[in-house]
Design a protein around this ligand. Structure first.
Ligand SMILES: *[C@@H]1O[C@H](CO)[C@@H](O)[C@H](O)[C@H]1NC(C)=O
Ligand SMILES: *[C@@H]1O[C@H](CO)[C@@H](O)[C@H](O)[C@H]1NC(C)=O
Ligand SMILES: *[C@@H]1O[C@H](CO)[C@@H](O)[C@H](O)[C@H]1NC(C)=O
Ligand SMILES: *[C@@H]1O[C@H](CO)[C@@H](O)[C@H](O)[C@H]1NC(C)=O
Length: 476
């Protein structure tokens, strides 16, 4: 019996990706007897409900055991953190003694731990596992391109004394990547005086010290970049560990209620084939009331069919900053009469839809997305062209990659730096993705990548070979 321990960072998306990795390992290596232990932290704030998901995995997959780590005590003072990332880094630091305890007790009660697989945010646990001599791997839940950027951050850091936010449009050159404007670097890296910058820089220096980096991508999606990383061009002061592209890994259980078909799928059933533009911006993507109005006006003027997931604007109340937003009041947020005038061709849904099922629906023709990596992979696997509207985290960087390198998306342009997107821009891009030569060429490229994703995850495909190599590295 081989014991593997997985340690996701808090948040529904990160947890689900990590558990799906565990299921993938089990499903493809039935001959090897593996028991998987997942360390689950109790996040200091609500980051999406995971209890039903954990319960269903526990019930259906006995080889997976969840270990709930206690929350740090005393509880963190939420008002003292400038950002979500800063809060999470501190939370993970304080949780580390519990990780230590769990690693020791798991290895005592079963066999020695063959591999410890951590999220890129959990570097603080790598220092611990190295001292315990447990082979430790990263699971990188963004793209290979983003991995290249993070590995090369060491070099960029040494080459300037300024924060990226002050370098504005200065182009940064990373091996394998198109030039990146400094302003498009991931949010937590923009200000080098902040703690989250130091924490990510620290992660970047530890990534190469791992036994390997598992990436949720596939070889032929970002071939030029994978080659640059694998050839060691992104780590200048030492060797690059093996890279295992095992994706696309998509959560099969993309389904909150678990009871009946979501109303939006029934509505999509009534729409013509390839006619509906789907708009959704991730679980943390929030727009101001003014921006919601611009989107509504743009959708109405476009004359196109749409399915739009709306959330409440961000709160101004500091004490509720980290709380989940309440259900949106559509009548007060959207223009007068909008819902009525568009009811024949549009559906507005509050908060959430089963995205994998929506993207896979015959009626969907395009996806206006915040460019979170999971959403990008889901769109690629469904063969749906994207319109890139990045909001937070590493999404501005993902937009550049989707546009310049992969050519799988049309852009949404902001009126001014981080300003409002106009109704006219929304109208134009929604029309473009449905019916234009640009839209058509993006669609053809996405369809080709969809086929390649199927090949990569078929028997003998690159992602299956990478997975086999990963598992072999534990048997030695
Ligand atoms: C986390 O702990 C490390 C020491 O292991 C320390 O260097 C770092 O500053 C801490 N980070 C935060 C955000 O407290
Ligand atoms: C360092 O910065 C200079 C100018 O800003 C640039 O030309 C050079 O390519 C950079 N070097 C590296 C290794 O990124
Ligand atoms: C970046 O923009 C600020 C304000 O717009 C300006 O003061 C500064 O000189 C710019 N820096 C660079 C490197 O262009
Ligand atoms: C949700 O899951 C249940 C069972 O797990 C399934 O029967 C149902 O079809 C799913 N609904 C959607 C909308 O995917």
């Amino acid at each position: 019996m081989e014991t593997i321990v997985l340690y996701p960072s808090p948040g529904r998306g990160h947890l689900i990706s990590m558990v799906e990795l565990g299921k993938l390992i089990l499903n493809h290596h039935p001959s090897l007897s593996i028991s998987i232990h997942i360390l689950v932290t109790t996040p200091p704030i609500h980051l999406g409900s995971t209890a039903p998901y954990i319960a269903s995995v526990s019930a259906t997959t006995p080889s997976i055991t969840f270990h709930h780590l206690p929350s740090p005590s005393p509880p963190l003072d939420l008002t003292s953190f400038p950002s979500l990332e800063a809060l999470l880094f501190e939370h993970l630091n304080l949780t580390n003694p519990h990780v230590h305890h769990s690693l020791l007790s798991i290895s005592q009660s079963s066999s020695p731990i063959r591999a410890f697989i951590i999220d890129a945010f959990c570097t603080t646990a790598l220092k611990l596992s190295i001292s315990l001599q447990i082979p430790t791997y990263y699971f990188f839940t963004s793209s290979t391109s983003c991995l290249a950027l993070f590995l090369y951050l060491q070099t960029i850091h040494k080459n300037t004394t300024k924060s990226f936010k002050d370098l504005n449009t200065t182009l940064l050159h990373v091996p394998g990547l198109p030039p990146i404007p400094a302003s498009h670097m991931p949010d937590p890296t923009l200000d080098r005086t902040k703690g989250s910058y130091s924490s990510l820089l620290d992660s970047s220096s530890h990534l190469p010290k791992s036994a390997g980096i598992i990436v949720n991508s596939f070889d032929s999606l970002e071939p030029r970049i994978l080659e640059a990383v694998s050839d060691g061009l992104c780590v200048l002061d030492g060797p690059t560990p093996p890279i295992f592209c095992i994706g696309p890994l998509i959560a099969s259980n993309n389904n909150r209620s678990g009871c009946e078909v979501h109303q939006c799928l029934k509505w999509l059933d009534t729409q013509p084939s390839k006619s509906v533009v789907y708009l959704c911006f991730g679980s943390l993507g929030l727009f101001s009331k003014d921006q919601l109005k611009e989107i509504a006006v743009g959708l109405e003027r476009s004359g196109q069919r749409f399915l739009w997931v709306v959330r409440s604007p961000p709160t101004q109340d500091q004490s509720k900053y980290f709380s989940p937003p309440p259900d949106p009041d559509l009548d007060s947020l959207l223009p007068d009469g909008f819902l009525d005038r568009t009811k024949e061709r549009g559906l507005v849904v509050k908060q959430w839809v089963p995205q994998v099922a929506v993207l896979g629906h015959e009626a969907v023709v395009g996806f206006v997305t915040h460019c979170g990596w999971n959403s990008v992979l889901e769109s690629v696997c469904a063969g749906v062209p994207m319109v890139a509207w990045p909001l937070y985290a590493e999404q501005r960087f993902n937009k550049i990659m989707l546009m310049e390198e992969l050519k799988l998306a049309l852009p949404i342009n902001e009126a001014e730096e981080r300003g409002l997107v106009s109704a006219a821009e929304v109208e134009k891009r929604v029309r473009e993705v449905v019916d234009s030569s640009e839209g058509k060429s993006v669609r053809e490229r996405v369809m080709a990548k969809k086929e390649e994703a199927v090949l990569a995850t078929s028997d003998g495909g690159s992602s299956r070979i990478a997975l086999a190599k990963l598992v072999q590295s534990w048997e030695k």
